[in-house]
Design a protein around this ligand. Sequence first.
Ligand code: SAH
Ligand code: SF4
Length: 354
Amino acid sequence: MAASSSIDRRTVLDRDAILGHLTCQDPSGLFAAADRVRTQEHGDGVMIRGLLEISNHCNEQCLYCGLRAGNTSLQRFRMTREQIVTEAIAAARSGLETIILQAGEDWRFGPEVVAGIVAEIRKACDATITLSLGEFHRGAYALWRAAGADRYLLKFETSNQTLYSRLRPGRELRDRIACLATLKDLGYQVGSGNMVGLPGQTLGDLADDLLLMARLELDMAGIGPFIPHPRTPLADTMSPALIERNDRTAARACDLEDLTLRSVAIARLIMPGAHLPATTALGSLTSGAREKALKTGANVLMQDITPVALKSLYDIYPDRICRTESAAHCGSCMKNKIESVGRYVQSGHGDVRA
Ligand code: SAH
Ligand code: SF4
């Protein structure tokens, strides 16, 4: 968890101050402050995490996501255990020191199967293993931790419980938060986060999201824009947070970029020691947005290491970047991006500093 020394150093912002930062005319002061804190806390190194998308099967019906069970037009895939282990080890040998295994909530990846995969990767290399497989019971999380998983990524998506249950039918925010507490208790480094621009989400909700991230003392917070998927019930929607700021639909992408960057910058001020990725969703929204995020508090990039033939089937949101490029191409592209903003690729596992 975020170290207590970081908590002591964090800027305390109340809800009104956060709302002020989300709505002020000129965010340049906020961005500069976030960049300063990022430099002090993390230096100029940027960590690259390898993201392996192991299955696009999902039992859930999240209204925002293209992998939802109700999207019957999606061709589904599930990597084999051998494929997963081989790809993860290859990525680790290519220099990626953290490998994230992510999937929809796929009942075929039950506790024992995942534990076997984690143990096999752990035996073959010393990469840090992050899992992002959704909500499970304590026994499963404990088994995976014992098998060698170090971190878990489970975004709470929105801190507004009513909105949460509307967007995730049959699910409750408190259960998600309970999972995060369980993971923390089991000794995982825990990542969570939100989506910015969800239909039904207000600026007040966004402020509450940031406050919740700080309260949860996250090791990592993923803050990404919501990008409507045409094969979901939210295909043609727009959030009140964006309407409050700007009611011209054509301005949605740049306004959403701005709102996401401000959220990242505020997160950096209130969680100085946390890892904050410049998310792939942000880079998919507008080109160059990830580089901007690296200058407004972010210190991590995600590299999609899923085999090229499968990448485009992991269709969470449309027009995701880097879907057709090989891992080798993505690796050098990431390095160029990082160097283009005067930073360097940071080696090491990137545990949150004590
Ligand atoms: N099934 C797991 C992990 C896969 S989903 C889970 O739900 O936790 C990974 C992330 O994709 C989600 O946490 C959500 O924040 C993001 N996501 C889903 N649909 C999205 C969309 N339309 N736009 C942007 N991000 C989306
Ligand atoms: Fe499934 Fe996760 Fe998408 Fe929800 S967000 S539909 S749980 S993959």
